[in-house]
Design a protein around this ligand. Structure first.
Ligand code: AMP
Length: 377
């Protein structure tokens, strides 16, 4: 059992985006101090934190000295390089463990781990050359999706291949980097399970959340997901297996494909709070960010019960294209909550904020959040 880290202590966050910001809000509400470390300044997390350290992730001396100033280090994005996590770990515990980061930040390592657990995943092949790619396409058929093994998110580094003629183009597009080829899944829908695990094995989850993407970026979430209770329960049980086998101390999100014939396939893992869990801030007794805080501090986890069904709509930089969005129009919906991340530049596709709608019915929350977002522009 880890010694609890109590309010008043300082928590270190590697990364400085919106996930760190919402984590910092939860931590400060409970009386903790927050230090953030990233190469950027005036960041979403830095605006909330007590201390914002600005240094590159490969400045390992700076990382170690950052870790010396806090009681525990956590991270808010999974592409923190492994040597950075190791440097932090020389001065403070890192939770979840750096080894989990290492497994989940690279698709091949992640898929090999999932294969070992015996849980169902999308059929895939490892690809290291154009010859491999042709062979993998022969085995998996068309269409298929080529994804770079490392550092991909929000559909970046992904290419759909419809015929053998597309293979060289796709291989060039991934810059001849180690990749995976996945069979293209005929989807009924996509769901995720956000769950937390304590050092003592305590497990809490938010059930199945339904996710809709637009241009490969998460666009809308609906909770509870509109799937059968059997599918939702199976997804939760698979997620429990993932968190237990990885030995997660913190929050992890499992993303699933639900196939048209009702099967669940794990798409990917994120060893941190997840965009699909943002609605837990307004809809649940304990948000995903507070669960992460409690887990990494060795405190008992809170109830994940939902006050009411909810839906979330992401706000991307694109909605600024015709000027400042009409915030009062969204606030005119009394059951809609506005979250903005304090990012200074609204670039297209950049996640700038989100809206959460609450209702007695998930479908109705979904309709409301879509309407509220439309009212912004
Ligand atoms: P990922 O970055 O792997 O989560 O992929 C982003 C999105 O692309 C997914 O959420 C799906 O909507 C879509 N996608 C990715 N891989 C596949 C696949 N093998 N079959 C069908 N759709 C996919």
């Amino acid at each position: 059992m880890i010694q609890p880290i109590l309010p008043g202590a300082a928590i270190g966050v590697l990364g400085s985006g919106q996930l760190g910001r919402m984590f910092a809000i939860a931590a400060r509400r409970m009386g903790y101090r927050v230090h953030t470390f990233s190469p950027d300044q005036d960041t979403p997390t830095g605006q909330i934190a007590d201390v914002e350290v600005v240094a590159p992730y490969d400045d390992l001396d700076a990382v170690e000295s950052f870790a010396r100033s806090v009681a525990v280090v956590t991270f808010e994005f999974e592409n923190v390089p492994a040597p950075t996590a190791q440097a932090a770990n020389r001065a403070a515990p890192v939770r979840p463990d750096g080894a989990i980061l290492h497994t989940t930040q690279q698709r091949i390592r992640e898929k090999r781990f999932l294969t070992k657990t015996g849980l169902p995943i999308t059929p895939y092949r490892e690809v290291r050359s154009l010859d491999h790619l042709h062979q993998a396409l022969n085995e998996l058929g068309y269409p298929a999706v080529l994804k770079t093994a490392a550092f991909g998110y929000d559909g970046k580094g992904q290419f759909k291949i419809d015929s053998p003629a597309h293979a060289p183009e796709a291989w060039t597009a991934v810059h001849h980097q180690e990749s995976v080829l996945e069979a293209f899944v005929d989807l009924q829908c996509e769901i995720s399970v956000v769950a937390a695990r304590g050092d003592d094995g305590q497990f809490v989850h938010y059930g199945a959340i339904e996710n809709q993407h637009s241009r490969h970026i998460l666009d809308l979430c609906i909770a509870p997901a509109r799937v059968t209770p059997q599918i939702a329960n199976r997804a939760v049980e698979m997620s429990r297996t993932v968190l237990d086998q990885l030995g997660v101390v913190g929050v992890l999100c499992v993303e699933f494909f639900v196939t048209r014939d009702g099967r669940l396939l794990i798409n990917e893992l994120a060893p941190r709070p997840h965009n699909s869990g943002h609605l837990t801030v307004d809809a649940c007794v304990t948000s995903q960010f507070e669960q992460q805080l409690r887990a990494v501090c060795g405190l008992p986890l809170g109830s994940s019960a939902m006050h009411r069904p909810a839906a979330m709509a992401n706000l991307l930089g694109d909605i600024w294209s015709t000027g400042e969005p009409n915030w009062p129009a969204a606030c005119a919906f009394p059951d809609v909550k506005l979250h903005l991340y304090g990012k200074l530049e609204p670039r297209p596709s950049r996640k700038m904020g989100h809206l959460t709608a609450l209702n007695h019915a998930a479908d109705e929350a979904y309709r409301t959040v879509v309407k509220a977002r439309k009212a912004l522009t």
